[in-house]
Design a protein around this ligand. Sequence first.
Ligand SMILES: Cc1cc2nc3c(=O)[nH]c(=O)nc-3n(C[C@H](O)[C@H](O)[C@H](O)COP(=O)(O)OP(=O)(O)OC[C@H]3O[C@@H](n4cnc5c(N)ncnc54)[C@H](O)[C@@H]3O)c2cc1C
Length: 496
Amino acid sequence: MEHVDVIIVGAGLSGVGGACHLSRACPTKSFVILEGRERMGGTWDLFRYPGVRSDSDMYTLGYRFRPWRDNRAMAGGPAILRYIRDTAAEYKIDKLIRYNHRVRRVSWSSERACWTVEAEMGPDKALVQLSCNFLYLCTGYYDYDSGYTPEWQGVERFRGKIIHPQKWPEDLDYAGKRVVVIGSGATAVTLVPALAERAAHVTMLQRSPSYIVSRPAEDKIANLLRRVLPDRAAYMLARWKNVLSGTFFYSLARNRPNVFKWMVARGVRHELGDKYDSKDFTPPYNPWDQRLCLVPDADLFHSMREERVSVVTDRIETFTEDGLLLKSGTHVDADIVVTATGLVLKLFSGMQLVVDSVPVVMPKTLVYKGMMFSDVPNLAFAVGYTNASWTLKCDLIAEYVCRLLNHMDHHGYNVCTPRVNDADIEEEPVLDFNSGYVLRALDALPRQGSKTPWRLHQNYVKDLSMMRYGRVEDGTMEFRSAPVARQSEAEVVVSG
Ligand SMILES: Cc1cc2nc3c(=O)[nH]c(=O)nc-3n(C[C@H](O)[C@H](O)[C@H](O)COP(=O)(O)OP(=O)(O)OC[C@H]3O[C@@H](n4cnc5c(N)ncnc54)[C@H](O)[C@@H]3O)c2cc1C
């Protein structure tokens, strides 16, 4: 069985970033990246709907070690995909990606102090086994096979097309068509103005509104910094500016929700003028109970002002032959219905985790520093922030993985396991977020603890001090030296 020091699973934004960190900070470690799809990029390769873009700025969604050089701070999907590919090529980790390797099961043996990773390879799903000392899961957080679609009455009667944004047909012609987008989250507010450029009319049909804030697509200060400072210095300053302003506005939203609500409503009223209707823009929850929606240069509001887009807050009674009948009795005509109703949250894409022949039961584990599980040795995972850019946290996690590996080498350890050794730790849900996709999956998720290092801070500055500067031997991580795993030359194909 082929053996490497580290296996990274997933070649999306965090897998590619993790591999670059590893190649920089642990140059002697051997590693491979197993990717289930035939291309890298993950989310930014999968999602192809019109207008797909980031809704956080690229100075914080980009990697700490590689400046974002585009003028647009909120970038389009293709530009982000290019950035990921260019980074992989620049750091020469693209050659280490093994595509069409879908990992199904990973099992730890304490006796051999290593993980065995089982993957299905290629269209005939041949089973491949590899082993490694350390496993780094960068598999994202949702089901790639399909998005979430609620059940509605009368769907079979509808004569038009129903499309989920996760499976956007390349050849969909929506020019001159009446389009209804069901949803009010990030995907809906991205799609609606993009579709409105060619559609006859777009209706955004929402059960309840979201908080929507307009931000400039280009960050003038960041662009100015780039003109007067060297690349890296400008990038670092822009990154910190956005980290601090994001942290400030998040704390304002949580600590002074009424002030924040007033500011958001004032912004929307200012953009929409007499087209503003508070019922379409006043969510029934507090800011950041669900993710805030950011729109670049108020594009959604411009298309509403030009009457190419309307927003309707109502519930669906039934689909009809030519549209949707709403609970209020209103009928919305449609040729195409887009169900921007969310993702299916699926940790590690459903792969099975086993430690010494016993399957790991996620809800029975506690999350350590937001990157490892209690009693699961030598395994880290990359999951980003819910209230800030994903990469801010994933960069810190990858750095910490490197620190951990170097620390173990230095002290002759080869096993590290977070252990809950404080009886006062109380268990809590891992996310205090009430978005539909989180609530639907909460029971299957791990838990967090009431105290550091078991508490998820969702705060970059706190995590930075803990993960970049905090002690690796923190009294919670147990280290030991165990017999070294056996290595052999070739990857073994077990069955076809
Ligand atoms: C449309 C959209 C827009 C978003 N915009 C933002 C944003 O603006 N800001 C932000 O912070 N976040 C955003 N997010 C969240 C986004 O997913 C992250 O920012 C980031 O791209 C996730 O990167 P990742 O590499 O961790 O996961 P992914 O991009 O999901 O990549 C995971 C990779 O792992 C592979 N994989 C999964 N399971 C296996 C397996 N078992 N075996 C082998 N390979 C496997 C997948 O094929 C995929 O290539 C957005 C998400 C979506 C869907």
